[in-house]
Write a protein that binds this ligand. Structure first.
Ligand code: GUN
Ligand code: FE
Length: 427
């Protein structure tokens, strides 16, 4: 039995718009599972060592529910095109390099380290179509302490001929080979990843839908991100009234499905999401960078749709989920104006909930620091920032979304393991 007891200003968001704050509180975990958050240390733990973080913030770690690992090298470049042109000009050539597993190893090691340094311990991630590089990615995430889901991308049409492409048979065979090699990871699991409808033939989609059902696998893809993309999907599937039906038709639309973007999902498409329990992954930076639009997140939340956040690098340009949270708030303000002030923008506690606790259900875990949850936590310092007046814990959290001191994330626990240890900074 191993006890972890952390003392500090403990803040979590157990539900949309709700913050639980315990100043000078104790977060206790046993064998990596949370026992509880206490204002006073319970008698039975009196003899246990306490890690005292002073008044530093102790927060749940982040979940990044949509990002493309092989696009990490192009992060911050290529922002001058819209989605379909952007994929051909920049993204596919960048992903093609991951045929080289040595290159993959060096890039993925950096990416995994940067995720942990930014307090992201859970991911739902796209790899490239390369099976071997996908295992390398899974190994590097596991090594760094990142947990969650990784998908070998399936794309058997409309790729980049001679650069990034696979045949239908090849895609199916490689998916089976990839799944066979996924059994050895303790914290990283496979997720089926048809890139998006224009990238996958009907035969491949049908194969993946059967595989999802037979092996009880989750699914991730893209939906209604860009208007040219949607027009293309209508041409490819004249039998489907809406984009989502091209996934539903093949069993890829279930309560274990994540759909990134949903910028243009109207009420009918959103109703289909709610009925099937599909999760919407909002990627505000990407939507702005490749000029896709502004997703109707408040409407989706009001309608009872599950919403989480993604950095979507490298359409998105920021890996820190603090930054992604701020971007989601800014996008909701743009939407507020576009909707004639009808849809209230996201508050900081709401957006921070979407970046942390909202995602835990997809990983089969309770929200926030609930007893029984696996310990995913960060220690965050803000003592180097000047204060306009003594800030409350909520004000400090809110500021950290917009502004942090260098190396503000000091410690990170992921699935009960300490995976980053910088200790306290010198004041
Ligand atoms: N749709 C299909 N592939 C991609 C991708 O790599 N990024 C984004 N943002 N949208 C996509
Ligand atoms: Fe994406």
């Amino acid at each position: 039995m191993s006890l972890t007891i952390l003392k500090g200003t403990i803040v979590s968001a157990p539900a949309l718009g709700q913050l639980d704050i315990t100043e000078g509180g104790y977060l206790a975990a046993e064998d990596g599972r949370i026992l509880g958050v206490y204002p006073v240390l319970p008698e039975q733990y009196a003899a246990a060592p306490v890690e005292d973080w002073g008044d530093a913030l102790i927060l749940p770690a982040f979940a990044d529910c949509h990002l493309h690992a092989p696009q990490y090298p192009m992060l911050g470049t290529g922002m001058d095109l819209q989605l379909l042109e952007w994929l051909q000009a920049y993204t596919f050539p960048t992903e093609a390099r991951f045929a080289d597993t040595d290159y993959a190893r060096s890039v993925y090691r950096k990416l995994a380290a940067e995720l942990i340094e930014n307090g992201t311990t859970r991911v739902c991630m796209f790899s490239s179509l390369h099976t071997d590089a996908t295992w390398v990615l899974m190994e590097e995430l596991e090594r760094a302490g990142v947990t969650g889901y990784v998908g070998k991308v399936n794309m058997d049409r409309n790729g980049a001929p001679g650069v990034l492409e696979e045949t239908t048979e090849g895609s199916m065979a490689e998916t089976l080979r990839w799944l066979e090699g996924c059994g050895d990871f303790a914290h990283i699991r496979p997720i089926l990843t048809p890139r998006f409808t224009p990238s996958c033939t009907d035969e491949l989609m049908a194969f993946l839908g059967r595989l999802a059902a037979e092996r009880d696998l989750p699914v991730q893809s893209h939906l209604s991100e860009n208007q040219s993309e949607m027009a293309w999907v209508r041409q490819l599937h004249p039998d489907c009234e809406q984009y989502w039906e091209t996934y539903a038709k093949y069993g890829l639309w279930t309560d274990r499905t994540l759909m990134a973007h949903c910028v243009w999902s109207d009420r009918r498409e959103r109703t289909a999401m709610r009925r099937s329990g599909v999760t919407m992954v909002h990627c505000a930076d990407s939507n702005q960078n490749v000029c896709s639009g502004v997703a109707p997140v408040r409407r989706a939340l009001d309608e009872g749709i599950k919403v989480v956040l993604g950095s979507d690098i490298a359409g998105g340009d920021r890996l820190s989920m603090f930054d992604v949270t701020a971007s989601a708030i800014r996008a909701s303000k743009a939407r507020h104006l576009m909707d004639h002030w009808d849809t209230p923008f996201l508050t900081v506690p709401e957006a921070w909930y979407l970046a942390t606790s909202a995602a835990t259900a997809f990983f089969g875990e309770p929200a926030g620091f609930a007893p029984g949850a696996s310990l995913h936590a960060i220690v965050l310092e803000d003592g180097q920032l000047p204060q306009p007046h003594p800030l409350t814990a909520q004000e400090r959290l809110e500021r950290c979304v917009y502004r942090r001191q260098p190396d503000a994330v000091r410690e990170v626990w992921s699935a009960g393991r300490r995976v980053l240890s910088r200790g306290r900074s010198r004041a």
